[in-house]
Design a protein around this ligand. Structure first.
Ligand code: NAD
Ligand code: ZN
Length: 381
């Protein structure tokens, strides 16, 4: 089968790899029809992780079930399914309580919880930027989609990761209807957090980034864009909230956050959030921070540590929630929103390309080139 393979820093090739196949009785085999490139893939693409050369990338996938293992019961051949980026067993102590991003059985690395397709440090599973994908524990992991999903794949595929992840950011922040929220990052995740906040009835949604194309998309859904290359985002948020600060804040950038000159400061967005969220406000952090980052610009960063403004955070009595999104906690209900016509997350899609063009798509999306907000790849051409 053809797949997008990591060949080394900034080098992705589409090549022939061994076919994905059923390996256990609980697996399904899915023919992938839509699969996205995610901001998380870029940490691997840039060589900032220990992702192995030769592995297939991709964790945002949708397709049709073409084969099932002997004990798969609920999922049938022919079903159109969306796969959460987390792979989870469904029966460990964490899965049992809905914390499927922290599955205790599927990551073979000692001391680690959580597994994912084509992801550094999250188990040996190949990714979905390929013609076929092996889905472990298919009954638990496949989200069945309505038939109409075939014509609306670019909406439904967002259920694999970024729509639930954006929603999760607002949940971690504790957003309630009628509150204000500031979102750092207008990449796909930040835009989905802003969109989720709108759906949840936030009174004011402010989105910080420096890319005009991404800020325009934020504005198109009713958010207030803040360009950190032009204005100090903290001053701007305080001005927009009568000096009080936003009720809630979301971090949708991660450890590679940078200043307007492009220099990385891994503590920048976290400290800006503490300063721009009100006393006793909540902060949700879904942007990725790594326990080790050998490619970091300073020694502290190499150990995955940041200089965090603990004093002000404590003095303000704020709360922080962090981590990977438990996609299964939200994906059914967000699917229902799409089906009912109440959500259309494909508004962020800028490019729909055949899988064969994955190398150039990675290049442009990684540079955050103007107009490259979200790429969906079609392995079927
Ligand atoms: P992205 O890299 O395309 O978007 C990040 C955006 O942040 C960019 O538009 C960039 O211009 C902006 N940015 C950089 N520095 C900034 C600053 N100082 N202030 C404000 N904005 C700044 O990626 P994405 O796909 O939107 O993903 C965002 C983050 O979320 C990544 O770290 C990704 O790995 C992570 N992620 C986490 C989960 C999860 O489950 N927790 C799931 C998906 C993605
Ligand atoms: Zn993703």
């Amino acid at each position: 089968m053809k797949a997008a393979v990591y060949e080394g820093p900034c080098n992705v090739k589409v090549k022939e790899v061994p076919d994905a196949k059923i390996e256990r009785a609980t697996d399904a085999l899915v023919r992938i029809t839509t699969t996205n490139i995610c901001g998380s893939d870029l940490h691997m693409y840039e060589g900032r992780t220990d992702f192995e050369r030769g592995r297939v990338l991709g964790h945002e996938s949708l397709g049709q079930v073409i084969e099932i293992g002997k004990t798969v019961d609920r999922i049938k051949v022919g079903d159109i399914v969306c796969l959460p980026f987390n792979i989870s067993c469904g029966h460990c102590a964490n899965c049992d309580t809905g914390l499927t991003a922290y599955c205790l059985t599927l990551n073979p690395k000692p001391g680690m919880a959580g597994a994912a397709y084509g992801f550094a440090g999250m188990g040996p599973y190949n990714g979905g930027q390929a013609e076929y994908l092996r889905v472990p524990y298919a009954d638990f992991n496949c989200l069945r989609l309505p038939r109409e999903a075939e014509e609306q794949q670019n909406d439904y595929v967002m259920l694999s990761d970024i729509f639930p992840t954006g929603w999760h950011a607002t949940e971690l922040a504790g957003l309630l209807p009628g509150e204000s929220i500031v979102i750092y990052g207008a990449g796909p995740v930040g835009l989905m957090a802003a969109y989720s906040a709108m759906i949840k009835g936030a009174a004011k949604v402010m989105v910080v980034d420096s890319h005009p194309d991404r800020l325009r998309l934020a504005e198109s859904i009713g958010a207030i864009p803040i360009d950190f290359a032009k204005d100090d985002p903290v001053d701007k948020v305080l001005e927009l909230t009568k000096g009080k600060g936003a009720d809630r804040g979301c971090e949708c950038v991660g450890y590679q956050c940078h200043d307007s000159q492009g220099n990385e400061h891994p503590n920048l967005t976290m400290n800006n959030l503490v300063r721009s969220v009100k006393f006793t406000g909540g902060i949700g952090v879904v942007g990725v921070f790594l326990p080790e980052d050998p490619g970091a610009p300073d020694d502290l960063g190499k150990q995955g540590e940041v200089v965090f403004d603990m004093g002000l955070f404590w003095a303000k009595g704020q709360r922080i929630g962090t981590g990977q999104c438990n996609v299964k906690a939200y994906n059914r209900r967000l699917r229902n929103l799409i089906e009912a016509g109440r959500a259309k997350p494909s508004f962020i899609v800028s490019h729909q390309l055949p899988l064969s063009q994955a190398p150039e798509a990675y290049l442009h999306f990684d540079r955050r080139d103007d107009g490259w907000t979200k790429v969906v790849l079609k392995p079927t051409g």
